[in-house]
Design a protein around this ligand. Sequence first.
Ligand code: FAD
Length: 308
Amino acid sequence: MSENRYDLMILGSGPAGMTAALFGQRLGLKVIVFGDIPGGSTYMIHHLANFPGFMEETSGTQFGTMTFQQAQSEGAFFTMTRLKRLSHEEDTFVGVDDDGHQHVASCAIVATGRVPKRLAVANVNIPGVHFCSICDGPLYRGKNAILAVVGNDNTAGQHAVTLARVAEKVLLISRSDRLAMDAAHKKLIEKQKNIELLLNTEVTDYKGTDAINGLKVTAKTGKDGELAIDGIFLAIGWRPNTKMLDLQVEKTSEGYLKADQRLMTSFPGLFTAGDVRETDMWQVLTACADGARAAKYAAEFIEKIQIF
Ligand SMILES: Cc1cc2nc3c(=O)[nH]c(=O)nc-3n(C[C@H](O)[C@H](O)[C@H](O)COP(=O)(O)OP(=O)(O)OC[C@H]3O[C@@H](n4cnc5c(N)ncnc54)[C@H](O)[C@@H]3O)c2cc1C
C-alpha cells in the first residue's frame, strides 16, 4: 500500500467536492479528491438550470468538466477512484480507495451526494423519468403535457404544485390511501384544479420505446389500467451516499449527515457539503456554496490544530 499525506481529503467530485477542492487549494491546503465522475451527478443534467449567469444552454457534463479543470489547475490531486473506507486513527483521517491505496489527511469533507430511489420496473432508465421538478419541469412548458408525480410526502406535493404551472394536467399517484404531507401542501394541491389525485394506485411498468408515453398501474382494488403521460417525476426518496464512513457520525433518520453552522459533522475534523448533508435545497448552486464554506472551515480547523 502506498501512503500519501494531505491537509484535506475530499470525498466526491460533484459540484460540492469540486468547489471545496478549488477553495481548499486557494486557501493554501494540499488537497486530494476522490470520485470517478468529474462533476458528479451533474452528468444527468441536460441543461443546467437555476445557476446564475448560465443563460446559454450548458449541459451538466460541460459544467462538470469546467469545474474539474479549474480545481485541477489550482493544484488539487484527483485520484479518479472512489473511496472505499474512511476511518480515523491517531488524529488522522485514513482513506482507502477502490484500488487499495491508502491516503491520509488532517481533515476530510464528505461531499458524496445522494442517489434517487427508482421504481422496480423493467424499463427503469427510459427518457422522460425525472427526479427534480424545478430542474426538468420547464422542459414541458407550453406542450400541453400530462405529467405524473409518484409519491405522497411534501416533496411529492411540491413537485405536483411546481409542475401544475407548466403542465396541462398533473397526476399525483400514491400507493397509500392518504397523503402524508403537511396541511399547507394539501391545501395547495386542492386549490390547483389541474392536479388529479390517484390514491391506492401502484405504478407497475413504464410504457414507451424511445421515451416514456404511459404507465401501467394497478389499483388496490386489483384493477389494472394504463395512463397516458408525457413524463414522470419520482418522489419516492433518496439514499445519501455514506456507506464508506467507518466513523461514528450523527445522521438524520433518512441518513443525511448532520452538521453545525460551520458544516462540521459530529466527528471533529469531518466536514460535509452538498446533497449528502441535512439541508433544505438540493441544487448545484447550494452544493457549490457548501463546498466553498466547508473548505474555509476545514482550513480554520487545520490552523487551530497547528497552533495547539
Ligand atoms: C436528473 C437531475 C437533474 C438535475 N438538474 C439540476 C439543475 O438543472 N440545476 C441544479 O441546480 N441542480 C440540478 N440537479 C441537482 C444537482 O445535480 C445536485 O444538487 C448536485 O449535483 C449536488 O452536488 P453534490 O456535489 O452535493 O453531489 P453529486 O453531484 O451527487 O456528487 C457526488 C459524487 O460523489 C460520488 N461518490 C459517492 N460515493 C463516493 C465515494 N465513496 N468516494 C468518492 N466519490 C463518491 C458520487 O458518485 C457523485 O459522483 C439535478 C439532479 C438530477 C438527478
